[in-house]
Design a binder for this molecule. Structure first.
Ligand code: TXA
Ligand code: MG
Length: 343
């Protein structure tokens, strides 16, 4: 299959291009499209065959359900059996935006979407291209991140092309994703709301709208999440990623002495030129605010991964609530080395 790429202006999406993409969705094809978090790989959520094609293209295990994207709260209510008061309040506060709500599903949602489970994950993305596609296709769109299973999520069309080129019908290239890491996933399907995946919308922000979460939703210590089928090793580049204990430069120098080719992702400012003089091959300085860091993280990992290095050394941001989601993704990127991995 040849994958077509359409460049499209996120500030003012061309209706003709959106219509072409919507036609692909309506006839059961796969369209990768930008959202504010990462690029999604979309199919008509009401078409089980099309949804199965998502799993095939990604090589995704069948037990990991996918998020359904909708254009409005009305659209969410069409697939959700119980639209609760907390759901309404959170949607009002955070949608369109990077918060996914897991709620009891209606009969009309195919089992392929929820991996056979009784609840469906839903969100309204904050991206004009995604919203236009949802409106024009007149379908809810099931879309996991547009990467091969267990690889890093794409924040640019070229990342999608590299991973899924030849396996999907169309990529809408709407430039870089602004948030840069995946949405917060909040399970509201039982009377004990809990965060299944941390994201840029924090536990504190959610609690400010619906009151304290009773559970031990990921606090400061990151670890395996409880979303069904979610793998420990996820969001990982091909190059082994190692979290530095303390100053990453010490570890990089050690590996350089052993003749390894090493990428270095520092936290905060370091003298780029000085490091290069020392033989640091690809030093990347990451921003010191979570928002900017998140926006650049996957792009940095993709770029380092392309260099076919022996190792990527990463310095962790501080162990504070606002860095939780980013620490979670870094931990996952490195899980192959540091923790008993999934597949
Ligand atoms: O930001 C995002 O969420 C992006 C964009 C494209 O919307 N999507 C994304 O999808 O990251 P994916 O499939 O890579 O991650 C979806 C997460 C997984 O951890 C999955 O287990 C969880 O949401 N999930 C999906 N449906 C669920 C359900 N019915 N119950 C519980 N967890 C669910
Ligand atoms: Mg994903």
């Amino acid at each position: 299959m040849k994958t077509e790429i359409l460049e499209i202006d996120p500030a003012n999406p061309d209706g003709r291009l959106i219509e072409r993409a919507a036609a692909v969705i309506r006839k059961g094809g796969l369209v990768a499209f930008p959202t504010e978090t990462v690029y999604g790989l979309g199919a008509n959520a009401f078409d089980p065959v099309a949804v199965r094609r998502i799993y095939e293209a990604k090589g995704r295990p069948a037990d990991n359900p996918v998020i359904v994207h909708v254009a409005s709260v009305e659209g969410a209510k069409r697939i959700v059996a119980v639209w609760s008061e907390p759901a309404q309040r959170l949607a009002h506060r955070f949608w369109p935006g990077p918060l996914t709500l897991v709620l009891p599903k209606k009969e009309c949602v195919p089992k392929e979407v929820t991996a056979g489970g009784p609840a469906v994950a839903v969100r309204i993305p904050r991206n004009a291209i995604a919203l236009a596609l949802l409106v024009v296709s007149e379908r809810p769109i099931a879309a996991p991140s547009a990467n091969r299973s267990s690889r890093i999520s794409p924040t640019r069309a070229e990342h999608v092309l590299r991973d899924l080129g030849g396996r999907i019908d169309l990529i809408l290239d709407g430039g870089p994703s602004q948030v840069g890491i995946e949405s917060t996933v909040l399970d509201l399907s039982s009377d004990r709301p809990r965060i299944l995946r941390p994201g840029m919308i924090s536990k504190a922000e959610i609690e400010s709208v619906i009151g304290p979460l009773k559970d031990h939703s990921p606090g400061l210590t990151v670890g395996p999440m409880r979303s069904p089928g979610q793998m420990v090793r996820h969001y990982a580049p091909r190059t082994p990623v190692e979290i530095a204990a303390g100053d990453g430069r010490v570890r990089v120098r050690e590996l350089l002495e052993h003749g390894l080719q090493v990428g270095y992702v520092s936290f905060g400012a370091v003298g780029q030129a000085l490091l290069e003089n020392e033989g640091f091959l690809v030093p990347v300085t990451m921003p010191e605010t979570p928002g900017e860091y998140g926006a650049r993280l996957y792009e940095a990992l993709h770029r380092l991964d392309d260099r076919h290095l022996d190792r990527i050394i990463v310095e962790l941001p501080p162990d504070t609530p606002e860095w939780l989601a980013i620490r979670d993704r870094l931990w996952r990127a490195s899980a192959e080395n540091n923790a008993p991995g999934g597949t």
